[in-house]
Ligand binder design. Structure first.
Ligand SMILES: [Zn+2]
Ligand SMILES: [Zn+2]
Length: 221
């Protein structure tokens, strides 16, 4: 199995049975043993299939308990000592491996989201659209913050938000509806409308679109 080098930042997280670096994993949502918590968010485990502990474990478990399974060496993050952990298959825990790159990206995204949420308090006074747009266009942001951003969109009443929003595909339909309502209000307040043919913003009373030249007479505003 291949794991990126950054996965194991601690040099001493080495398997004593095979001398291979242990793999950093998220603790799964189930517990080890009876009602015993993991006590940590992550742990390190030897996932080397040639590890002597793992190779010998199959026979041992078969003879001792009559089960199919083996042991992997594991160490809870921050603990001084590791321990053999029972695994029912070679694939056990491989789904928990921390991908450090996506983890870092996620941390970065979360930091930006937090900064944007904080900036919502002052952005209207500062005429700063950035945090509002950031939260609306980042689908992973928390729903409450995105709803608040929709409301602030109306308060800001800036036609400049329409283009970036129209270029975005919303995955959350309730946010999409709220954003559309906000845009309708902003357009109305500025006596504007969107041309139904080319989507350019034009005067609410325009009968011909100055961008695409189509006649708009029949379309109610
Ligand atoms: Zn090992
Ligand atoms: Zn047009």
């Amino acid at each position: 199995m291949t794991v990126d080098a950054k996965n194991n930042p601690e040099d001493d997280y080495i398997c004593p049975h095979c001398n291979q670096p242990l793999i950093h994993c998220n603790t799964p949502p189930f517990h080890v043993g009876d009602g015993l918590g993991w006590g940590a968010e992550t742990f390190y485990i030897c996932l080397n299939d040639d590890c002597s502990l793992f190779v010998r474990g199959w026979d041992y478990i078969e003879t001792q308990y009559g089960h199919v399974g083996s042991y992997r060496y594991m160490r809870i993050t921050g603990s001084k000592e590791g321990t053999p952990m029972f695994v029912g298959s070679p694939d056990a825990f491989t789904g928990c491996i921390i991908d450090s790159e996506s983890q870092q990206e996620d941390d970065e995204r979360f930091k930006q989201e937090k900064a944007a949420v904080k900036a919502l308090d002052t952005c209207v006074g500062e005429r700063n659209l950035a945090p509002i747009l950031h939260l609306l266009l980042d689908e992973a942001s928390v729903l409450g913050a995105r709803e608040r951003a929709c409301d602030l969109l109306i308060e800001m009443n800036d036609l400049g938000v329409i283009d970036p929003i129209r270029n975005h595909t919303f995955r959350n339909t309730s946010i999409e509806q709220r954003v559309n309502m906000a845009i309708t209000k902003i357009l109305h307040a500025s006596h504007k409308k969107e041309c139904p043919f080319c989507l350019e913003i034009i005067k609410a009373h325009a009968v011909v679109c100055k961008h695409c030249g189509r006649e708009l007479k029949a379309i109610p505003t």
